[in-house]
Design a protein around this ligand. Structure first.
Ligand SMILES: Nc1ncnc2c1ncn2[C@@H]1O[C@H](COP(=O)(O)OP(=O)(O)OP(=O)(O)O)[C@@H](O)[C@H]1O
Length: 256
């Protein structure tokens, strides 16, 4: 099956102050196996909401449509089942876990996925060897493995830690919400290198970004423009160049 991720007519809402607000309003998106797709869109169009819904965050209620991954109904699965299926989600602001050792946290996450895939779990020594190889590759200090997860990490260190997690988990679908305009050029490169290093026939990615610049490093197969809770235009990498020059106006007018 070539359609790895297939989202059809997806609708989702959130309850805010006692009233329901529909954010995703019938979103269609297909990512074939082995492709990297990018979503760009004006503020408030629902990009982060899409990543939260795919992650299975409880506060968003899916009211219509479907999302399938590898032929399975993603929306029916618990977040850890989605991870076992190969879905990895990285957010703008990775969570800090005081008191939780980073190496232990990473090993638990990796072993949960290995176990679900029927692979042998890694003992502490083999895991540390693997983790050290990866931290070296990412120019991360080995010290980061001994600290509490993300606590006191700089923005760039948090990004590296996320990419470390992604490389250790070897997902088949990585969804990265990089919408934060606070990402500096180094962080963009870290994210791009992380995605590029995993690129291959069994890896797909959905990257949510405002940064045309990110696309200098990750050359996407498709770029989707999102507005008002839907994908309103899809094309090749040239769409991002056009957006950079002309903004969203033409796409919004064409979709109106
Ligand atoms: N918990 C919430 N309570 C109320 N409104 C929310 C909540 N979460 C999202 N929204 C609203 O849903 C809309 C879409 O938000 P979302 O963060 O998905 O947009 P986005 O496209 O990622 O925006 P940005 O580019 O600014 O990051 C916004 O109008 C936002 O205010």
């Amino acid at each position: 099956m070539s359609d790895f991720l297939k989202i059809e007519g997806l609708k989702a809402q959130i309850d805010a102050d006692g009233t329901s607000k529909e954010i995703l309003k019938g979103l269609d998106l297909t990512i074939p196996k082995g492709e990297v797709h990018v979503i760009m869109g004006p503020n408030g169009s629902g990009k982060s909401t899409l990543s939260y819904v795919l992650a299975g965050r409880e506060d968003y209620e899916v009211t219509g449509g479907s999302a399938h991954f590898k032929g399975q109904d993603l929306l029916e699965l618990e977040p850890e089942e989605r991870a076992a299926l190969g879905v990895f989600l990285a957010f703008q602001s990775p969570v800090e876990l005081p008191g939780v050792n980073n190496a232990n946290f990473l090993r638990t996450a990796v072993n949960a996925v290995r176990k679900a895939r029927g692979e042998e779990e890694l003992d502490a020594v083999s895991f540390l060897k693997l983790a050290r190889e990866e931290t070296g590759r990412l120019s991360m200090s080995g010290e980061m493995l001994k600290r509490a997860v993300n606590v006191g990490f700089s923005g760039g260190e948090k990004k590296r830690n996320e990419v470390l997690q992604m490389r250790l988990l070897k997902p088949s679908l990585a969804i990265l919400d990089e919408t934060d305009s606070g990402l500096d050029i180094d962080a963009l490169r870290i994210v791009a290198d992380g995605v590029n290093s995993l690129r291959g026939p069994d890896f797909s990615s959905l990257v949510i970004t405002h940064h045309q610049r990110l696309l200098d490093y990750i050359v996407p197969d498709r770029v989707h423009v999102m507005a008002h809770g839907r994908i309103i235009h899809s094309g090749g990498p040239e769409v991002a160049t056009l957006l950079e020059k002309q903004g969203y106006k033409q796409f919004l007018e064409a979709a109106a």
